[in-house]
Design a binder for this molecule. Structure first.
Ligand code: SF4
Ligand code: SF4
Length: 184
């Protein structure tokens, strides 16, 4: 049975590839037809990491869009493997914004009090699925994949959580109501 989900979360994550394709096309057009330098794109993409972490690859990159189509053609496991490899290697934007995943203003936050330990979040995440000994979104004594270099902020973990225990939101006090939250 399909779970009832937060409308904004569902919309954004369901349409993410469309958003990535359209934004990626706009980036490509800006460089090709408006003559905007690649350095500006690299700078803007890397700087977005300060606020949002490594969002550019999955939400705005034209090459990321092509890579996602290519790596997404091999079924769930191959897709996870392809995504992981792609987001581990990346490009200069990914290197900087991936490093900033640890320090960005927006992060994937975990509310332990609401968690029922179903594991759906880990199943949705390519890092937790491929490296379960190292990563988990909810288990104690594991690294949080959302802070890792290879997390590409797909937010699949957030939408997979049925209790709203995971949310992508700023870490500053008073701004907790802004953000993307899973269903409840
Ligand atoms: S956003 Fe969530 S599901 Fe996607 S890679 Fe990061 S931790 Fe994993
Ligand atoms: S999907 Fe949500 S409730 Fe289930 S283990 Fe993950 S954080 Fe906890």
């Amino acid at each position: 049975m399909k779970r009832k989900t937060n409308t904004l979360t569902t919309f954004l994550v369901d349409k993410r590839r469309w958003i990535q394709g359209i934004t990626g096309l706009a980036v490509y057009a800006a460089m090709s037809f408006l003559g905007i330098s690649l350095w500006w794109i690299l700078g803007a993409g890397a700087l977005s990491g300060i606020i949002f972490g490594k969002v550019f690859c999955r939400w705005a990159c034209p090459i990321g869009f092509i890579m996602e189509v290519v790596t997404g053609m091999g079924g769930a496991n191959n897709k996870f493997q392809g995504m992981y490899q792609y987001h581990k290697l990346g490009c200069p934007i990914a290197w900087v914004s991936g490093f900033l995943n640890k320090y960005s203003a927006f992060k994937i936050k975990f509310d332990e009090s609401a968690c029922k330990k179903c594991g759906l979040c880990d199943n949705a995440c390519y890092l937790s699925t491929l490296e379960p000994a190292q990563f988990s979104l909810f288990k104690k004594n594991k690294e949080r994949p959302g802070d890792a270099y290879a997390c590409s902020k797909c937010l699949a973990c957030v939408t997979a959580c049925p209790t709203g225990s995971l949310a992508y939101k700023p870490g500053f006090p008073g701004l907790d109501s802004i953000g993307i939250k899973g269903p409840k």
